[in-house]
Design a binder for this molecule. Structure first.
Ligand code: NAD
Ligand code: UD1
Length: 337
């Protein structure tokens, strides 16, 4: 059985990817420093899938630890999720973001090459696209970022390309995620942001369960279907499946690629509110407020390359995303009450 190392595998996307990989016959090993996750996740995954998951509580910047993991396990593929991801925080703590995200990627590449591990999937983001591109983002479009977090993704993609160029045996795919939302339908894993959520869906989830009074809708004067911002929301389980498809691709092909992972369709803030209300038969109170600085009106993925190369496309609906997100949030509330 092929073994996959998930750096940052205890987090939101990594934990869902672990489930998809296990369901597709892969063994998984996780390394995570728990800076944004809890150790309990690995126990929940093990119980849910009835497997043992070797877990290393440590930092990806620690090359010796990575060497040790590669020595102890015959790893074929690495999926590199580990990183800090809060856009606003990256603006106030740029050095922490560059230090963590870049050094983790550099140490990982060094250790992979040393230990002859030659397949890498990297968590990149739609945030690497320049704002002035057409709304439907295509992989070849101009890149450019507006915050340190985005630049770390931009730079890591470049570091990976340069390293592949210098080491022809290394193969890599940077997956540019659009807006991952939802949770596993089992309600066993999901997103649990610390503090006040910045992103739309976690905020709606907290309004739905009474943690927050109402949603602030940032602007209704954009040139969109109803004036509110449009994004490409993708169910985290679809995103997890995309990592399985990327892993399979690397087992059969060579190269260094960047691929969008989105549904190819946009939804506005008010459409998301409506979908959530309908799916869960619950009211989401909201107030229209000023635009959030730095926001664009519309962006969504052109998802053709993912289908053409990986044979992957999103299958879950907005209704699935909203139902599963609510189910998870209700479980979380129960745990805390
Ligand atoms: P997350 O914070 O839930 O998971 C990241 C995990 O990495 C956490 O468990 C954290 O403890 C761990 N980590 C951070 N730095 C580490 C280090 N130096 N060594 C070891 N572990 C470390 O985030 P997520 O939403 O699951 O995102 C996973 C990846 O996808 C991140 O790289 C993120 O930037 C990227 N991404 C996320 C989104 C999104 O909206 N969630 C969108 C685009 C890209
Ligand atoms: C954010 C990040 C982006 C990241 C993406 C991944 C910022 C500035 N950008 O982008 O780097 O790749 O998440 O998921 O944080 N909205 C509200 N009220 C809220 C929250 C959001 O109206 O409380 C609106 C926003 O104005 C936007 C839409 O909802 O129109 C989506 O916002 P969000 O979930 O933060 O995602 P992005 O803006 O795409």
């Amino acid at each position: 059985m092929s073994k996959v190392l998930l750096t940052g595998g205890m987090g939101f996307i990594g934990s869902h990817t672990a489930v998809s990989l296990i369901e597709n016959g892969y063994d998984v090993v996780i390394v995570d420093n728990l800076v944004n996750s809890e150790e309990d996740v690995v126990h929940r995954l093990e119980k849910f899938k009835n497997v043992t998951i070797p877990f290393y509580n440590g930092d990806c910047r620690d090359e010796n630890l990575l060497d040790k993991i590669f020595n102890e396990h015959d790893i074929e593929i690495v999926i590199h999720f580990a990183g800090l991801k809060a856009v606003g925080e990256s603006v106030s703590l740029p050095l922490e973001y560059y230090e963590n995200n870049l050094n983790a990627t550099i140490s990982l590449l060094k250790s992979m090459l040393k230990n002859k591990v030659h397949k890498l999937v990297f968590s990149s983001s739609a945030t690497v696209y320049d704002e002035d591109n057409p709304d439907e983002r295509v992989e070849g479009y101009k890149l450019g970022c507006t915050n340190p977090y985005g630049w770390t993704k931009f730079m890591c993609e470049q570091i990976i390309r340069d390293t592949c160029h210098a080491n022809s045996q290394l193969n890599a795919i940077s997956l540019r995620y659009f807006n991952p939302v939802g949770a596993h339908p089992s309600g066993i894993i999901g997103e649990n942001p610390k503090g006040v959520p910045n992103n739309l869906m976690p905020y709606i989830q907290q309004v739905a369960t009474g943690v927050r009074d109402y949603l602030r809708v940032y602007g209704n004067d954009y040139d969109t279907v109803d004036g509110t911002g449009v994004r490409d929301y993708i169910h985290v389980c679809d995103l997890a499946d995309a990592h399985v498809a990327a892993s399979k691709y690397l087992q059969n092909n060579k190269g260094c690629l960047e691929i969008n992972i989105g549904t190819g369709k946009g939804a506005s803030v008010l459409e998301m509110v409506e979908a959530f209300e309908k799916a869960n038969k619950i009211k989401i109170p909201y107030k229209i407020e000023a635009r959030r600085p730095g926001d664009v009106a519309i962006n969504y993925a052109n998802a053709n390359k993912a289908y053409k190369l990986l044979g992957w496309k999103a299958t879950r609906t907005l209704e699935d995303m909203c139902k599963d997100a609510y189910n998870w949030q209700c479980n979380l509330q129960k745990k805390h009450n």
